[in-house]
Design a protein around this ligand. Structure first.
Ligand code: NAD
Length: 501
């Protein structure tokens, strides 16, 4: 018998052998393999020949997730879901340091200790099965109940800024709701996401669940995303990322939950506790070097307290860029392109700014170093600018915080609403005037509106309430949790049951 192998087959065989050798050695890129943390017996029984839960082929990933979801629905009770979720939480908590290190190494974004905090937030504050509520209506005509039923297979797209955190958060919410999920992760986070998907798959099986409730595409691209979107076995798409991603998913014609970009403004009025405002804004804006979509991106301070606010910021880890330093930081971190089309009356063409990817998520000190300023213990670079400055208008995701002086709170609110760009994502205010708080909240109408705290409080970090890493502003679901990933199923028993008696 002759067997003919294509080049692709050979490459695949080599890859599997390398994987097996790595697993046998118990290491994966220098880290303890998650496969090692699961019992040998469980893995031996369920690991498929395709390298599940990671799949090269979209069709195979979707089929495996579909089969797993059908088994999940048919043979697993709510109590079983609870055990599976508990096992996921336990594994992700145990491995939080390793995962944070892997994310940092692979993406080069943010700060390792803040990533540990984000992972623990996802582990501890993502609601599980308890989020699902059945409503019952009873009366003369019988009984009607409305249950939260699963969608089935979910296609989930994750961002590079919270790669593994989003997988942990989404997996808990989606599985608690009875679904399975196929992840198409950001290509720059494939290694850490593979590690986490394997870790969670092992944990699910250790918790008594079926394999492949979560699967991942090994080489995710926009093409694989399109394949997921058009697969008839995928019932729901959930996209966490920028505006382009959300637009692409909405064009697919499939039910979509879209969590898009933000550009959160902060308003500080003359009634605020200014020292507290300064400390809180620095804490939020510096967290993970400002890569969070909810992080404070620009400040609108009323003239009467602007100097005091800046003074307290400087006392708490901020550095004020001088005019020339600001020009150098702009040169370093932004590209300036002339807009195409007609020139203005003065003959000048308008400039369009873009953030240079290589500076996203870098530390304030490394930006300062790059412009030749040596300073220690700097968390945030401040600059005083006007409303039209690119650092105000762009979602820059760097620890560079522009401050705009406003004549009064009315002007601050008007500017903040415009700077948020209609994303309806996140905003905050420091004030003791409840009327100002309410006016701003109504005018900006964001999913998260935080008063007198870092915006992190809005996702339950040192704040009340549950957390999410998928804040669905554009499609309106808001702070997503298990119930978001359910369909409402109505079940009616008519005649009050009397005919049966
Ligand atoms: P990104 O939009 O570049 O990528 C996100 C995901 O979408 C990736 O998996 C990427 O491969 C894919 N993608 C990107 N453009 C696409 C397109 N046109 N068609 C199909 N797929 C596409 O975003 P990022 O840099 O990974 O993350 C940062 C962005 O995500 C920021 O704008 C941030 O505000 C936003 N974000 C939002 C939330 C939220 O909950 N609303 C959470 C985290 C990040």
């Amino acid at each position: 018998m002759t067997i003919s192998l294509t080049e692709r087959d050979v490459a695949w065989i080599i890859e599997q052998v390398i994987k097996n050798v790595e697993q046998a050695a118990g290491t994966h890129n220098g880290h303890v393999s998650p496969v090692k943390t699961a019992s040998e017996a469980t893995i031996g029984k369920t690991e498929s020949s395709t390298g599940a839960p990671l799949f090269v082929s979209v069709a195979e990933a979707v089929s495996a997730a579909h089969k797993a979801q059908q088994e999940y629905t048919a043979n697993f009770k709510i109590e079983d879901r609870n055990n599976i979720i508990a096992s996921i939480r336990e594994a992700a908590k145990r491995e939080a340091e390793t995962i944070a290190e892997m994310i940092f190494e692979e993406t080069g974004l943010g700060r390792k200790e803040d990533k540990v905090a984000k992972i623990l937030l996802a582990v501890l504050k993502t609601p599980g099965v308890e989020d699902l509520k059945t409503t019952a209506i009873s009366g003369d005509y019988g009984l009607t109940i409305e249950e939260m039923a699963p969608f089935g297979v979910i296609g989930a797209i994750t961002p590079v800024t919270n790669p593994a955190e989003t997988i942990i958060n989404n997996a808990i919410s989606m599985l608690a709701a009875g679904n399975s999920v196929v992840f198409n992760v950001h290509p720059s986070s494939v290694k850490c996401c593979s590690y986490v998907v394997r870790l969670l798959d092992s944990a699910i099986r250790q918790g008594g669940g079926p394999a492949n409730l979560i699967t991942m595409i090994e080489n995710p691209t926009i093409d694989t995303l399109n394949e997921i979107a058009s697969d008839p076995k995928v019932n729901l798409l959930v996209g966490t990322g920028g505006a382009g991603l959300v637009r692409a998913l909405l064009r697919s014609g499939k039910k979509t939950i879209g969590a898009g970009a933000g550009n959160p403004p902060v308003v500080v009025d003359e009634t605020a506790d200014i020292e507290h405002a300064a400390k809180s804004i620095i804490e939020g804006a510096a967290f993970d070097n400002n890569i969070l979509c909810i992080a404070e991106k620009e400040v609108f301070a009323v003239q009467a307290i602007a100097d005091e606010l800046i003074y307290h910021m400087l006392q708490n880890g901020a550095y004020m860029l001088g005019r020339q330093e600001l020009a150098k930081v702009m040169d370093l971190t932004l590209t300036a392109d002339e807009k195409s089309g007609a020139a203005s009356c003065s003959g000048k063409r308008e400039i369009e700014y873009h953030v240079k990817k290589e500076w996203i998520g870098k530390s304030a000190e490394s930006i300062l170093n790059a412009i030749g300023v040596k300073k220690d213990n700097i968390k945030i670079l401040l600059c005083e600018v006007d409303f039209s400055h690119p650092y105000v208008q762009l979602e820059q995701m760097m620890p560079v915080l522009p401050i705009v002086r406003c004549t009064d709170v009315d002007e601050a609110i008007t500017m903040a609403v415009r700077a948020e760009q209609g994303n309806q994502h996140t905003a905050s205010i420091f004030s003791r005037d409840v009327v100002n708080m309410t006016r701003f909240a109504k005018a900006i109408n964001t999913t998260l509106f935080v008063k007198n705290a870092p915006t992190l409080a809005g996702v339950g970090y040192k704040g009340e309430g549950s957390t999410t890493f998928t804040i669905a502003g554009p499609t309106g679901e808001g702070v997503t949790s298990a119930k978001t990933f359910t369909r409402v199923r109505r079940c009616t028993l008519a005649e009050g049951g009397f005919r049966i008696i």
